[in-house]
Design a protein around this ligand. Structure first.
Ligand code: SER
Length: 320
């Protein structure tokens, strides 16, 4: 990877991954793009930033040629709960956008990173220690776009040699940009609520176990899989990766260790509950560990300590 383009760089992953890639590969070599026009803040101030709609194939090709791009991190997508309210748009961005990225990659010899998700699994998938290769019959539009994306990436590699790689991310927890409309968002919102009001209403019931990961580990996963020695990769794309699995009670109890008067109540959201119940409780990520050395650093305790510290400092400064 010499010159990297990120799509959807203003989102939860992109806003941090763009800056991390700039630190590692040089500011001028990492081009951020987003449908929104971003002219201020770190994304615009530390390197090239363009406005780009991934459903516009011609505009995408122009950016790839202009900046001599050889690797694309394709992050533009709608998250699961919002995708259920706009399934047509979710398909258009999730599948047609990826198709445009793979085509431009084929024509310009680019590598591609595609973030799949725990959403690529469904109710008939084994939910405990979900294997790397297993049944994938998701019932959400988000999941349908993710499975389609996994298959498209495999196809473009086999048929055209496009070096398309990726992981299946669990719920991602970060203290910078908020996620927008995901089923796992509660695990981010709970920290903000604990700091700001000491009260939180959880949209998923107790007992809903889901895989989760702290953002520094997610950034490492996205970069490590692209830097991995291709001769060691058996799967290449859609690697299960996880760092922890918990339900709302477990994260609540962990936060209460630091904020004893924090109170959580439940008001389940039927759309999110339906989606969460169809997803794994805990994935088996042994293929990622064996093939490219995946090894997360943060568990629930160390992530919680860092989240509360960083969000607490922002709150004290009046930034949130
Ligand atoms: N965090 C995502 C969502 O909840 C799952 O990949 O939509």
């Amino acid at each position: 990877m010499k010159n990297i383009l990120l799509t959807g760089c203003g989102g939860q992953i992109g806003s941090e991954l763009t800056l991390e890639l700039r630190r590692r590969y040089g500011n001028d070599h990492v081009v951020g793009s987003d449908k929104r026009v971003i002219t201020t803040g770190p994304l615009a101030e530390t390197g090239p930033m363009v406005s780009l709609d991934v459903t516009d194939a011609a505009a995408l090709a122009e950016v790839v040629k202009k900046y001599k791009i050889d690797a694309i991190y394709h992050l533009a997508a709608l998250l699961s709960a919002v995708a259920e309210t706009k399934p047509q748009l979710a398909w258009n961005i999730g599948v047609n956008g990826l198709y445009n990225v793979l085509e431009v990659a084929r024509e310009n010899n680019c590598a591609v990173f595609f973030p799949s998700s725990i959403g690529a699994f469904g109710p008939s998938t084994p939910h405990n220690n979900t294997p790397q290769d297993t049944i994938q019959r998701p019932t959400s539009m988000y999941g349908v776009t993710k499975v389609t994306g996994e298959l498209l990436c495999d196809y473009y590699f086999r048929r055209f040699g496009v070096d398309a790689r990726g992981v299946r991310f669990p719920g991602l927890i970060s203290n910078d940009t908020l996620p927008g409309g995901g089923t796992t968002d509660y695990a981010v919102e709970i920290y903000y609520a604990a700091i700001k009001t000491k009260k939180f209403t959880c949209p998923l019931p107790a007992g809903t176990f889901l895989d989760m990961m702290y953002m520094p580990d997610a950034l490492n996963a996205a970069i490590s899989v692209m830097e991995a020695d291709p001769t060691k990769l058996i799967h290449r794309n859609s690697f299960n990766v996880t760092a922890m699995s918990f339900d709302p009670e477990i994260i609540y109890r962990e936060i209460k260790k630091s904020i004893p008067d924090f109170v959580m109540t439940y008001d389940p959201d039927p759309v999110k509950v339906g989606i969460a119940n169809s997803w794994p409780d805990k994935m088996d990520d042994s293929c990622a560990r064996a093939e490219w050395g995946w090894n997360p650093k943060y568990d629930l305790a160390s992530m919680t300590a860092d989240m509360l510290k960083v969000i607490g400092e922002k709150h004290a400064k009046g930034l949130i």
